[in-house]
Design a protein around this ligand. Sequence first.
Ligand SMILES: Cc1ncc(COP(=O)(O)OP(=O)(O)O)c(N)n1
Ligand SMILES: Cc1nc(C(=O)O)sc1CCOP(=O)(O)O
Ligand SMILES: [Mg+2]
Length: 426
Amino acid sequence: MHVDVVKTGMLPSLGIVKVLHKSLREYPVPALVVDPVMVSTSGDVLAGPSILAGFRNELLPMADLVTPNIKEASVLLGGVQLESVSDMRSAAKLIHDMGPRNVLVKGGHLPDSLDAIDVFFDGESFHELHSSRIKTRNTHGTGCTLASCIAAELAKGSSMLSAVKDAKHFIETALAYSRDIIIGKGAQGPFDHHFRLKNGQSSCRLDRLNPNDLLLYAVTDSGMNRKWGRSIADAVKSSIEGGATIIQLREKDAETREFLEAAKACLEICRLHGVPLLINDRIDVALACDADGVHVGQSDMPAHVARSLLGPEKIIGVSCKTPEQAQQAWIDGADYIGSGGVYPTNTKENNRTIGLDGLRTVCLASKLPVVAIGGIGTSNVRAVMEIGVPNLKGVAVVSALFDRECVLTETRKLHAVIMEATSLVK
Ligand SMILES: Cc1ncc(COP(=O)(O)OP(=O)(O)O)c(N)n1
Ligand SMILES: Cc1nc(C(=O)O)sc1CCOP(=O)(O)O
Ligand SMILES: [Mg+2]
């Protein structure tokens, strides 16, 4: 039987680690995910020192991914304390030196953190993966499920980072769905893995869009990319490599056929990196290329009509300048709000500027996650991210990324400032 992925869980003796190691050498598999189950979510120590040596010497050097929580990372590194995201990064690097191709240090136990932050390291780049911290007692088995879900996504053909992001999103959604269920006794309960079967594929709003994906929202502009002599697909690829977390194709002057071809090429790049791709205004193009969703404004197709055309699984964003529009967006079944112009912009003609106060008012009027837009760049992004409302999840940017010679450099710069600003907010 052909095996695509092997995922290991709790390994109760050194002998078993050795048998596994020998079998995997004899029958190599395309991908090995090692969940070094040594300390459970509940804090119980599940493996002794001999097994630890087995992990370090036999399994980690063969692994494509190892997924320690911070307590396990600490044990693997001889007991160093991990108390911050920066410690998690150092730990990921040191564990990577033990041989695995990729490392995911899970920060679910990190004290004083509003989000659940995991650090992914592939030997070259670090990715901080944020998800909402769901307040629930039902966290039993989250680590095992995460690793299993990653393995399943890899077997379906995803890239490593994309598999990790999808799995993290699955956990977040499952925890949110089952936060109030009561099964069994004791301090912790299990969560419900079958929420999708019970609830319809995507009737849970969280499931379509991970709000943290709004952090750095790159919105393309064909005029700008043409001016700098690059294709839309090259621009999208560079922005993702620089840290963009979601992409919108806003190609106001493109012919339909040309737009569709560009959208297909961009979708391939986005899928490879696990980054959602939305289409501005054009529901027909989104449907034709099976994009992840659309962004519509107040004079475009109404969001509830877009929802009925696109179905329950697609992401819909709506532009809102007022609290009334924000409330309507929620009623219409939108997944997020784009709110601006926060600052004056040359990218969109006759655009009314609402300022930081207008942005705050829109955020406070809605339960939906909000992304700020309009005139945002490295010089003012900090002020935007620091307005102090929890549902402001990021910034959408056109010219600061694409009306520049090097999209990769500009995206990296902006990403770095945003990360700094968000860590200060926390
Ligand atoms: C994320 C985001 N927010 C707002 C807009 C503006 O949309 P709209 O008001 O429809 O204007 P156009 O972009 O279509 O000119 C957006 N595109 N993205
Ligand atoms: C597309 C768009 N929508 C806006 C709104 O206020 O809804 S402002 C805007 C343009 C944003 O471009 P830049 O980052 O270059 O200022
Ligand atoms: Mg529009």
